[in-house]
Write a protein that binds this ligand. Structure first.
Ligand SMILES: [Zn+2]
Length: 237
């Protein structure tokens, strides 16, 4: 069930959700600004809507506070969280073994088991895992895309650059792709690869450059927009 509320001239949509275990009405603002009113089973919709209305002032403040906060990263560092990986999702399961010398990873179906000596090591371990996974993907995919474009790559590098998603050294036939893209949708990674491969032919971002990109990636504008809007969420703090 959806409801709407107007607070100080701004319209907000919220979800009304019944919960058998709820004892009273609760209003929540989620990590991306989604508003949920949790209702006990017997409470009517009308009562719930009145409750939300009575919380208008609180809601306005909660949303403003959230808008000031940096947006959450796509990855959550907790056991049980679902991690985005190369257009797929995998569930993270962490085991902490005090005496463990080395971090280990085991992928089983849609589960990633990570064993560390202390929980604080999970972030570093995940960065390493993402790096390995993106490397395998990019090495193959970049060659396929280059073939389609009639170009040849001499060297593919995975980088930890902070300010750019990819780069290209035309004279060396070398392209590099940033590891954090492993968390982005596949189409977005493919766009970045295509972009860098295209630079093996054209240096700047002129008309021929974009035409070449568009041939391989017809919806590249959308993929670029995704990066502009969500790129910062691929960075971990
Ligand atoms: Zn470029």
């Amino acid at each position: 069930m959806k409801g709407q509320i107007i607070v100080q001239g701004r319209r907000y949509e919220y979800t009304l959700r019944r919960n058998r275990r709820a004892r009273r009405l609760i209003l929540k603002v989620g990590p991306v600004g989604d508003i949920v009113a949790v209702m006990p089973w017997r409470v009517s919709r009308k009562v719930a809507e009145e409750f939300v209305l009575s919380k208008a002032k609180w809601l306005d403040q909660a949303i403003k506070k959230q808008e000031e906060k940096p947006v959450q990263p796509l990855v959550e560092f907790r056991s049980g969280a679902w991690l985005p990986i190369l257009g797929d999702m995998i569930q993270l399961l962490v085991t902490v073994e005090k005496d463990r010398q080395r971090t280990s990873f085991i992928e089983e179906g849609n589960m990633l088991r990570v064993a560390v000596s202390q929980f604080a090591g999970v972030k570093k371990a995940l960065a390493k895992w993402y790096w390995t996974r993106v490397k395998g993907y990019v090495k193959k995919r970049a060659d396929d895309l280059a073939d389609q474009m009639g170009l040849r790559i001499d060297k593919i590098v995975i980088s930890s650059a902070k300010s750019q998603w990819g780069s290209c050294i035309k004279s060396k036939g070398r392209i590099s792709i940033q590891w954090r893209l492993a968390q982005a949708p596949l189409g977005v990674i493919d766009y970045v690869i295509t972009h860098e491969v295209m630079h093996l032919k054209c240096s700047g971002h002129g008309k021929d450059f974009w035409q070449g990109v568009e041939e391989v990636c017809p919806d590249y504008r959308e993929r670029r927009r995704w990066l502009k809007e969500n790129g910062h969420r691929l960075y971990w703090r």
